[in-house]
Write a protein that binds this ligand. Structure first.
Ligand SMILES: CC(C)(COP(=O)(O)OP(=O)(O)OC[C@H]1O[C@@H](n2cnc3c(N)ncnc32)[C@H](O)[C@@H]1OP(=O)(O)O)[C@@H](O)C(=O)NCCC(=O)NCCS
Length: 155
């Protein structure tokens, strides 16, 4: 595992160019397709072009990513869903996922998004509650794993 020290530089940003996008997709290939054995067609489902992506770098090396998709405006206004959150194994447990989610809140507020949803594995609910999400509805099974829908109002 990679242990951060004071000199390590963590950059979390919205994907803005081809290189950053390739880096984000490389993280997904490694985490979802290679480590977890998910079918590439299921991961790269054709929805990436219409989504926003966040990328995290540690000392210039890609470390994590997440995808944001926008739902049609509901009662609240513009709402987003984030998904495909992944951090390379060696960088895990050091708040990269948390930093990406916190950065995402600011980014979504700046583009006028009122709320954000996430389909979380039930056992990780506490992590999302600490970030201000609340559970919506009952837990449900997806792929044999219990999930809950988590929602956060941004403003
Ligand atoms: C989930 C994941 C992105 C967390 O990244 P990370 O940078 O290690 O996370 P942080 O250091 O910010 O926080 C660690 C916390 O992540 C939590 N976590 C958040 N989302 C999680 C999720 N969907 N699944 C498992 N753990 C998750 C854990 O509960 C852990 O909490 P703990 O420290 O109390 O045990 C990373 O473990 C990963 O890439 N896993 C494989 C891909 C995956 O399962 N993605 C989620 C499904 S879409």
């Amino acid at each position: 595992m990679f242990l951060f020290n004071k000199k390590d530089q963590v950059v979390v940003k919205i994907v803005e160019n081809k290189k950053e996008r390739e880096d984000a997709m490389d993280v997904r290939k490694q985490v979802f397709q290679k480590d977890m054995g998910i079918d590439p067609e299921s991961d790269f489902d054709g929805k990436d072009d219409r989504a926003d992506h966040i990328i995290a770098y540690v000392n210039g090396k890609e470390a994590g990513t997440l995808r944001i998709r926008y739902d049609d405006d509901g009662e609240l206004g513009k709402v987003a869903e984030f998904e495909r959150i992944a951090v390379l194994r060696k960088f895990r447990g050091q708040n990269i996922a948390k930093q990406m989610i916190e950065y995402m809140f600011g980014y979504l507020k700046s583009n006028g998004t009122r709320g954000v949803v996430f389909k979380a594995q039930e056992h990780t609910k506490g992590f999302y509650e600490q970030l201000g999400f609340v559970q919506q509805g009952n837990a449900f099974a997806d792929g044999g794993v219990l999930h809950v829908r988590m929602f956060k109002v941004l403003y």
